[in-house]
Every structure is written in C-alpha cells, then in structure tokens.
Design a protein around this ligand. Structure first.
Ligand SMILES: Cc1ncc(COP(=O)(O)O)c(C=O)c1O
Length: 542
C-alpha cells in the first residue's frame, strides 16, 4: 500500500456523510462553458504538438524528478482539469518514445495522424463497447472486415476482428489452428497428450510472439521448429518440407506453418505462394504474420512480393504500423469464418441473441476472440481509410521503402559503414566498422537516441550487432536519413579517435612516457571514460 493512505479511514468516509452528500452529482462538468474552453485548449495543444513535432527532440531521457512525480499516492480529492492537463504537457508529453517524430526509426512503430487522433476522440466520446449488440459502431467494424477481405483477396466467408496488436492476432490464429487440428472438443476437455504431439514451423527470423502464442495455448513453445533461412532471410522451403516429414516419421502431428510478410529484423518476405502449396500438400494450417509488411499490398510496386498471401488460412497484421492508425489497431483475418467462430463463441444467458432489439445482430465480435468488452478501434481505422484512401497509404509505404534504398546507397557509398542485410522493404541493418564493433555500435545507438536527432535501435544479424533502422513514419524524409548517416559517422569517428588516443596513452604509460592522452582530454574538460559527453561534442561538430 502506498504510504500516506489509510484505507480504513477512506472506506469509513466513503460510507459516511461526506460522500453521500454528493450522491446527486454526476461526473460531468458543472460549468460546461469553461470546460469547453479548456477542451479546445487541450485539442489545440495536441494539434500544435503534431504540427511542430520537427522542432522537438525525437526522444529524451526522463529526468529523475519527473519520474518521481509518477510515484504519488491515490488521489482522493479532485484536482482542476487545467492543472492536470498542465502536468501532462510538462511531464508526460515531452518524454514519450517519440514515434510521432520523423526521426524515430527504431522498432516498427507507426507515426499516427491528426485524423486518427480526432477519430479516437470521437470514439472516446461515444464510449462504445464493441463486444456486441445491435449498434452502428459494429457496422463500422463489419465494413472494415469487408475492406480487409477485399484488400487481401480473402473470400466472403472470411471473418476479421480488431485486437490490440499482432501478438494477440497471432495468438488467436494459433488457437484456431490448434482447435482445427485437435477438434473443437479440446475447448471443453483442455489440452492433453494430443496437444503435446503438435508441431509448428516458422523461419529462424520469426517474431518471438509466435513462440509465446504456442506457450499460451498449451502446445508449448518447444513445439516450434525454427527453419533456416536463405541469403535473403526467407524461410528455406526445402528444409521446411524435410522438417515436417521428419516430425511425421517420429509420430508427431505438424499442424501449423507461419510465414512472414516482413520479418521484424530485416523485413524479409517468405515465399508465401510456396508455403501455401506446401501447406495444402501437407494439410497443415497456413498462417501469415504480416504485422507490418502485409499492408504493403496497397502499394502497387510492392504488392507482387506478397503473392500467396491471399491463400493463407489466417493473416495477422497491424493498422498501427504502416497503416499509420494511432495505437492500438491489430487485426486478425481468418479465411473460414465458421472455424473462427467455433473457436471462440460461447453461450451465456446474459449474452443471449434475439432477432430484434438491442441484443440482435448476431454474430457479435466477441464470438471471434477472447475479449467481451472491446473499444472502438474500428473507427480510427475507418476514418484513416476513408479520409486518406488506400492509394495515399500505399504511396507512403512505397516512399518509406524508397528512403530505405536511399539509406542503403549512402551506406554502400561510405567505406566506414557496412550493410548487414539485404534491404527488402523499409528496414536497413548496418554498422560502423570498428575494431570492437559490437560495443562501439551499441554505444553509438544509445548516443544517437540521446542526441534527440534520430532514434534507431539495434538487432543481431548472424551473431553480430547491427544498427537497425525501420522507416515506418510517413513524416520521415531524406533529411532524417542524412542526419542519421552524418551523426553515425561523427560518433563513430569520435569513438575511433578516443580509442586511438587511449591506446597511445596506454603505450606511453607502459613506456613511462608523459601521459599525452590525459592532457589532451583534460584540456577539453572531458573525461576519457565518458563516451556520452564525447559523442555530444562529436555530434554538435558533425
Ligand atoms: C513481424 C512481427 N510480428 C509480430 C509483431 C508484434 O506486433 P505487436 O507489437 O503489434 O503485438 C511485430 C512487432 O513489431 C512484428 O514486427
């Protein structure tokens, strides 16, 4: 219990006269006029934030005193809305991860749009619960289901559902595939011996949430066979076929192959048509993890790379990544809606469906996933698709890939930099060449993030650390790519110089010579071990 709260006292007061005296009050404002003024002020602040995002640092560390503000006790008494908003502006807004900023290029995060933000506000005002019932918000979600079928070439029988993100969408797909393999009776009887015989397959480049999904549904993450990839980080189909055969020979039951449409590390797209053929031959469920890459289908220059996606039994992806819909807006599409519904529908008296009235409109979204209470994620997606149209979203997706190729050309044209993986889509992995390269590049990325100019992340390619640049944000331009390359070079050179100076100092010390390095550093008012300060100097010079 946080210090400073006496809950016994709190409960006593709650039951007493202090609280009952206010029983007639609602939580709506007493003075709508001044509330409206404050509301407009808050809206303006967020529009200003987005409009002027380029003037801010991408990211900055949270100062200790700011962090400490979020360790307070439960507020028992009211505060002024404007004061709480002020707190947000001063202590929350400046310290977000920064994915609205065009310099954010670490991890696969979408940039959001002002349109999506406004739609979120409308959804919150409506406070709709999209678990079920006969209401227009569910018609909006059904409209998006229809659009996703069209976009991905799925049949009318396909069903779809908004979820938090692709981790959850993948979990839903794995559960459907499990139930199809074992029979829907497993929902009642629970997992047993049969489940332990199930095996699943994906490439070594698969996202970690697939193993987690197998774990959560009782199959176990050890059932996942990680198949080697080719030189373009795509699953090796021959090795996949052999692994399935080997497991069959051992008396196991292969039930699922997960293909990647844009791997998290390098953006590789598996041969989806090849996997579809193999799954049909083997009678195995074909799921596609298309977390961010699947939406490349709306970009005419990229769509052919996704050939075969239309043959998947299920497809998971996020509108909140390349689709630029504000967080969160994950999505699962299942080819056979009956199987999808059989996996999740339950019958409870309080959820009884009728022909007319508010309880009409079956099936409900809650029949297709684990959630009963669900927010109106469909609205911000519907707004985004209607206001921008898929052509504009496709153009953004193509442009981010074009920027990735531009970055690739800058890397290959700079001898100090090394490209670490082929550039398939919008992800570029590279590093600064150095003796102690893993350590140097790791520090370099932290310094880049702390510089506030650009924020890439790291990954490991072939056991070597790489700087990973995922260009997802529609605001990113060549200016940010140039800033990334120039800053990387400045920092890398500064590290090299300090390493050389360190070596010289060591040699001098060993030779009992005067300590030239310490004198040099001291003259600049810095310490040899402080790479951050060294790199800040390097950045401001570069
Ligand atoms: C390929 C892939 N799969 C799954 C996920 C998980 O998606 P989410 O973060 O929406 O749960 C990601 C996230 O980046 C991803 O890139």
């Amino acid at each position: 219990m946080p210090q400073g709260i006496d809950y016994r006292d709190y409960r006593a007061r709650k039951a007493g006269a202090d609280f009952s005296a206010k029983a007639h009050e609602t939580l709506d404002p007493m003075d709508w006029k001044s509330f409206r003024k404050q509301a407009h002020h808050m809206l303006d602040d967020m529009l200003n934030y987005i409009e002027h995002i380029r003037e801010r640092p991408v990211w900055q560390p949270i100062p200790d005193e700011v962090r400490a503000r979020f360790r307070g006790v439960v507020p028992r008494l009211p505060s002024d809305l404007s004061a709480v908003h002020e707190e947000f502006m001063r202590h929350i807004l400046p310290f977000a991860a920064g994915n609205v900023h065009p310099g954010f290029m670490g991890w696969v995060h979408g940039g959001g749009t002002p349109v999506g933000m406004l739609a979120e506000m409308l959804a919150a005002g409506l406070n709709a619960n999209l678990g079920g019932r006969d209401q227009a918000p569910i018609e909006v979600e059904r409209q998006v289901v229809q659009w996703t079928r069209e976009i991905f070439g799925f049949p009318e029988s396909a069903t779809g559902l908004f979820v938090t993100g692709t981790s959850m969408a993948n979990l839903i797909a794995v559960v459907v595939a499990r139930d199809v393999a074992l029979g829907f009776e497993v929902r009642r009887s629970g997992v047993g011996e049969d489940t332990r015989r199930l095996t699943a397959y994906a490439s070594t480049a698969i996202h970690g949430c697939i193993g987690k999904a197998l774990d959560l549904c009782g199959v176990g993450s050890a059932a996942l066979r990680l198949i080697p990839t080719d030189h373009r980080h795509r699953i090796d189909l021959q090795a996949l076929g052999m692994a399935i055969q080997k497991d069959r020979d051992a008396g196991l039951t292969p039930f699922l192959v997960v293909g990647s449409a844009g791997t998290v590390d390098t953006g590789a797209i598996d041969d989806l048509a090849g996997i579809a053929d193999l799954c049909r031959r083997e009678n195995v469920w074909f799921h596609v993890d298309g977390a961010y890459g699947a939406l490349a289908i709306v970009a005419p220059d990229l769509a052919p790379r996704l050939d075969g996606i239309e043959r998947a039994d299920s497809l998971a992806f996020d509108f909140h990544k390349w689709g630029q819909v504000p967080y969160d807006a994950g999505y699962i599409l299942v080819r056979d809606g009956v199987l999808h519904r059989n996996t999740f529908a339950t019958s409870a008296a309080y959820l009884k469906r009728v022909e007319r009235g508010l309880a009409a409109g079956s099936p409900w979204p809650s029949d297709f996933g684990p959630d009963l209470s669900r927010g109106f994620r469909a609205l911000k997606t519907w707004f985004t698709l209607k206001v921008y149209g898929t052509d504009a979203l496709g153009a953004v997706i193509s442009r981010t890939c074009e920027l990735a190729r531009y970055l690739e050309s800058r890397i290959t044209g700079t001898p100090e930099l090394e490209l670490m993986a082929p550039v398939e889509l919008n992800i570029v992995c590279f590093r600064y060449r150095a003796e102690d390269s893993d350590r140097v590049n790791e520090k370099l990325v932290i310094d880049l993030q702390e510089s506030g100019r650009v924020a890439p992340s790291t990954t490991t390619i072939g056991a070597r650390l790489a700087i990973r640049v995922a260009i997802v944000n529609h605001r990113t331009s060549r200016a940010e790519i140039d800033a990334l390359v120039d800053s990387t070079l400045s920092l890398g050179r500064a590290f090299q110089n300090s390493a050389t100076a360190c070596k010289a100092a060591q040699t001098a010390q060993e030779n009992h010579a005067p300590r030239a390095f310490e004198i040099t550093i001291a003259d600049r008012g810095e310490t040899a071990g402080n790479s951050t300060r060294l790199s800040r100097t390097a950045l401001s010079a570069g």
